[in-house]
Design a protein around this ligand. Structure first.
Ligand code: SAH
Ligand code: SF4
Ligand code: F3S
Length: 448
């Protein structure tokens, strides 16, 4: 018999974690648990954690503190810490917070049922060993009814000197093209209209798969995968993230240009605009190579939207090197720049280097890069003014119920007046009347 029935999952971190949470939610529901919005009245709590920066880690500990208080009053509460911090800390997490029932790394997300049974049998469980990720048979509990994440490759084999991800997500494991295709086909049947393919380094897709060919095609690159899944019925849009400049190919751009459902939207982190810093980061490309990729995209797809991630104040970064990053942002003209000040992470080489920069430098560079990123995004949004964009409608605007929200093919959030019951999941033409750095407002146009 299960001791409790209401569950809540709080998700920290990136899209991989969101996808894992949806899978864990699906499994918990198949075990008879019911979703509860309020973490403070649920009987089972999952904190699906992130450890990419120290701030992400500290946030988890502060959330955990509240549940520990509850658990002292109510021993029937089940407390689970999953995800990347769980993997990084393992048993140490139990020593620090003995109230936790289950510590489970991201590779174990699909086994939460099995692990919970051990908890209900009275054990305190740590599951952080490297394993082969099992193919899922449970349906995820997806947050959106329109747009779905689909993992194509787990883990990362890169060794960027600042990054915890390879340590906590393990080595690359690609799913087979057929497993991916059948998941997408099922999503199309269930009414999902948009699929985002996920991987930490999605361009590495397929390189760990055995060399078999299905239907005479080589299906072992991301590009081939796009051709393989493209005709999935019901799905209107595909996206993919995250691209790595070291492996990004012209063939991929051509596939995006040729395949009508693949959106003209790229997320390609460059991290630094300076070659010495890129080298110290072990990124495996120069800013010149990065610029060539952008030129090739703009050549084939002039209106494509471009997103990126950058790290400022990496150990030893001089002011002039930081300016190279600003220059690259301004030269390219990104639609979205995710920024972070360098944060030393356990077990990574850069954390041990002596030339760490001060908090003041981090704060100041972050402020400057954010200001530039926002100004450029605002400029980029201008091009939408008065244009008619195809908007895939996702949901009601939570801040204004007379409006719905959706996205352009380029992934800009767009609001317009409409009735969600009529519009959800439909792609409609919308004339853009107002632009902001990261969102647009418009009016629905009569359909041709
Ligand atoms: N796989 C992706 C990014 C994964 S992590 C890639 O290779 O680009 C997401 C972002 O977090 C990174 O792009 C980087 O900008 C940031 N990040 C990772 N480690 C960090 C650290 N130690 N300090 C600050 N930012 C970091
Ligand atoms: Fe981290 Fe580099 Fe892998 Fe991205 S490619 S997840 S930054 S190690
Ligand atoms: Fe964070 Fe893990 Fe993603 S560390 S960014 S949740 S891969």
């Amino acid at each position: 018999m299960l001791p409790s029935r209401r569950y809540h999952i709080t998700t920290f971190g990136c899209q991989m974690n969101k996808a894992d949470s949806e899978r864990m939610g699906g499994i918990l529901e198949s075990m008879g648990f019911n979703w509860c919005d309020d973490p403070l009245t649920s009987d089972l709590i999952v904190y699906n954690t992130c450890t990419i920066r120290d701030s992400a880690e500290q946030k988890v500990y502060s959330y955990l503190g509240r549940q520990v208080e509850r658990k002292r009053q109510d021993p029937n509460l089940t407390l689970i810490v999953s995800g990347c911090l769980a993997q990084q800390e393992g048993e140490a997490l139990l020593r620090r917070v003995p109230e936790i029932d289950l510590v489970m790394g991201p590779q174990h997300a699909n086994r939460i049922d099995e692990l919970l049974q051990q908890v209900f049998n009275g054990q305190q469980v740590v599951a952080t060993e490297q394993i082969e990720i099992l193919e899922d048979i449970t349906k995820p509990r997806r947050d959106s009814m329109v747009s779905a994440w689909v993992n194509v490759i787990y883990g990362c084999n890169e060794r960027c000197t600042y990054c915890v991800v390879p340590g906590v997500r393990g080595v690359e494991q690609s799913r087979t093209p057929d497993a991916i295709r059948s998941e997408i086909t099922a999503l199309g049947k269930q009414g999902y209209k948009e699929v985002t393919l996920l991987g930490q380094n999605i361009d590495a897709y397929g390189r760990d798969l055995p060399g078999t060919k299905a239907n005479g095609q080589n299906l072992h690159t991301l590009t081939d995968l796009l051709y393989h899944i493209h005709d999935a019925e019901g799905v209107d849009r595909f996206r993919f993230a995250t691209s790595h400049p070291r492996y990004f190919t012209d063939r991929l751009i051509t596939a995006c240009a040729e395949l009508p459902k693949v959106c003209e939207h790229f997320h390609i982190p460059f991290q630094s605009g300076n070659n010495d810093i890129l080298k110290a980061m072990s990124r495996g490309y120069s800013h010149e190579k990065y610029r060539r990729i952008i030129d090739a995209i703009r050549h084939q797809l002039p209106d494509a939207t471009l997103g990126t991630d950058v790290i400022v104040a990496f150990p030893g970064e001089t002011d002039a090197q930081f300016r190279d990053t600003l220059k690259l942002i301004a030269d390219v003209g990104f639609d979205l720049v995710n920024t972070a000040a360098y944060s030393p992470r356990p077990g990574t080489p850069a954390a041990t280097w002596p030339d760490q920069l001060s908090e003041e430098v981090k704060v100041e560079r972050l402020r400057e890069v954010n200001e530039l990123g926002r100004a450029i995004a605002e400029q980029r949004s201008q091009r939408y003014l008065n244009r008619v964009e195809e908007i895939l409608v996702e949901a009601q605007n939570p801040k204004n119920p007379s409006q719905v929200l959706g996205r352009t093919r380029g992934n800009r959030l767009t609001f317009f007046a409409g009735e969600i019951s009529e519009l959800q999941g439909r792609t409609v033409p919308v004339r853009i009347t107002q632009v902001r750095p990261y969102s647009l407002t418009g009016q629905q146009e009569p359909e041709a």
